[in-house]
Design a protein around this ligand. Structure first.
Ligand SMILES: [Zn+2]
Length: 146
C-alpha cells in the first residue's frame, strides 16, 4: 500500500526512523530488499496514510505484518495489539541478545511472533550484520536507549 505514500512523505518517514526498520532495527543500507512505509493501522482497518500512522519497515517485517493490527495471546486467548512505533518504546518491549530479539512483554512476544523477528533466515541475516559490526548500528543503539 506504499503507493499511497508520496516520495516526499516516504523520505520524511525514513528520516524520522534514522533509516532503521522501526520493528527489527535493521538499517536500510543493510536490507537485502528495499524498505517500505508501513501503515501501523492498516488501510483495511481504517488507518490512513498520515504521518502518525506510518512507520518505516524492512520488507520482512512489513510483509509478515501485512494488514494485521494484533494477535491472540497463546496464554490467555485475549487480543493483543501489535507494537506501535509511534506510541510504544522499543526497549520497553524488546531487547537484543546478539542477533536475537527477545520480547520483554506479552505484546512484544506477540509482535515478535507475528513479524517473525527470530525466524531462522532473519537470524542468519542479523548474525551476518553483527559479524561485520552493522547490527545494532549506532542509530539503533540510540533508539534502544531512548
Ligand atoms: Zn524489520
Amino acid at each position: 500500500m506504499s503507493s499511497l505514500v508520496s516520495d516526499d512523505l516516504r523520505e520524511r518517514v525514513a528520516r524520522r526512523a534514522d533509516h532503521l526498520c522501526e520493528y527489527c532495527l535493521v538499517h536500510e543500507q543493510d536490507g537485502f530488499l528495499s524498505f517500505q512505509v508501513d501503515h501501523i493501522i492498516s488501510l483495511k482497518h481504517g488507518g490512513r496514510s498520515e504521518w502518525e500512522n506510518l512507520a518505516f519497515a524492512c520488507a520482512f517485517c512489513n510483509r509478515r505484518k501485512g494488514s494485521d493490527v494484533g494477535t491472540v495471546s497463546p496464554a490467555t486467548g485475549h487480543f493483543l495489539r501489535l507494537f506501535n512505533p509511534r506510541t510504544d518504546i522499543w526497549s520497553e518491549h524488546f531487547r537484543l541478545a546478539g542477533a536475537r530479539i527477545d520480547a520483554l512483554t506479552e505484546m512484544g512476544a506477540g509482535t515478535a511472533r507475528i513479524l517473525g523477528f527470530n525466524d531462522s533466515d532473519r537470524l542468519l541475516e542479523r548474525h551476518s550484520l553483527v559479524a561485520v559490526g552493522r547490527y545494532p548500528t549506532l542509530e539503533a543503539l540510540a533508539q534502544i536507549r531512548v
